[in-house]
Design a protein around this ligand. Structure first.
Ligand code: PSU
Ligand code: MN
Length: 296
């Protein structure tokens, strides 16, 4: 199978068996506005390094799947409006067409697995969208078949959180919640739903992951890490904003892979950057935990 192109830092760390954390890039190309997207991507890499692990930001650059980008490549992903959004199923077309793509959680897991990277930090995963339930992110299907541990801040309530949790169970994806009993809701710490094992120690998460492998589960694993209290947004306020953004997407007939970027953009605009600030804080928090799990 294809070996992704790796930065020297990533290739050396993997060869020496040192901890590596994959980072996604749809958050750069389609999740946050320029220029903060690129600044944040580089700052998140430094969070991983400060915890003693090596960051591997994943993307497709001119048709080449990469694990570990240069700052110039990060800037291009953040700035160039020709960059596409690639889920797992889009990787083949991106490679064959020589395209440059920000990789979603599903595509990042795929490339991380090819590179031999087992731990990955993101902001939020995709899931079951609200409404008729037919829009379900390929992030969930990839989690069911690819052995990469994904650290996220839960699921944003642009999605149907209870149905997403049910789908993870159906797909037999283990879930751990770090330092809390309730499954988090991205901008806020408590979605009102319970899912998975509470873990208060990164080493426990690493032990569960090793045991999953020992029983031949073959899936990924989801670690939900609640946003720090100081960075959280009030659930009722952000809830109303999300309802308005969903109605607007519906009115404008936005469908398919455009839905999530549209909703994220509206939330950032309507909250005058408060949603963006919270998003940045939780991504750094997730990168820190992922690095600790990788080290453990
Ligand atoms: N949720 C967020 N921020 C994001 C995404 C999801 O809070 O940036 C991105 C991730 O890359 C995720 C993708 O994998 O959106 C899911 O897209 P879709 O809903 O089209 O499957
Ligand atoms: Mn979708």
């Amino acid at each position: 199978m294809l070996k992704p192109q790796m930065s020297d830092e990533v290739a050396t760390a993997l060869a020496q068996g040192r901890p590596v954390v994959a980072l996604e890039s749809t958050i750069i190309s389609h999740g946050m506005p320029w220029p903060r997207n690129a600044e944040v991507a580089l700052a998140v890499e430094d969070v991983v390094r400060s915890e003693g692990a090596v960051p591997a930001t994943v993307a497709v650059v001119d048709g080449v799947p990469c694990a570990g980008l240069t700052p110039v490549q990060v800037e291009r992903l953040g700035r160039d409006t020709n960059v596409v959004k690639a889920a797992s199923r889009d990787l083949g077309a991106c490679i064959a067409g020589g395209l440059t793509a920000g990789t979603t959680v599903s595509a990042t897991m795929r490339i991380a697995a090819l590179a031999g990277i087992g731990v990955f930090a993101t902001g939020g995963i995709g899931g079951v969208h609200r409404g008729d339930g037919m829009d379900v992110s390929a992030d969930l299907t990839e989690l069911s078949v690819t052995d990469v541990l994904v650290v996220c801040a839960g699921v944003k309530s642009i999605l149907d959180i209870p149905r997403t949790i049910e789908m993870l169970e159906t797909l037999r994806v283990p879930v751990a919640v770090f330092g809390a009993d309730a499954f988090p809701a991205f901008y806020s710490r408590d979605s009102g739903n319970v899912a998975g094992e509470r873990c208060d120690d990164p080493a426990r998460i690493a032990a569960i992951r090793a045991a999953n492998a020992a029983v031949g589960l073959g899936t990924g694993m989801l670690v939900a890490n609640p946003i720090p209290e100081a960075d959280a947004l009030p659930a009722d306020e952000i809830g109303a904003t999300i309802d308005a953004a969903l109605a607007e997407a519906d009115e404008r007939g936005i469908t398919g892979k455009e839905v999530t970027p549209f909703l994220l953009g509206r939330l950032n605009a309507v909250t005058e950057g408060r949603a963006l600030d919270a998003n940045i804080a939780l991504v750094k928090n997730n990168a820190r935990l992922a690095a600790r799990i990788a080290v453990a």
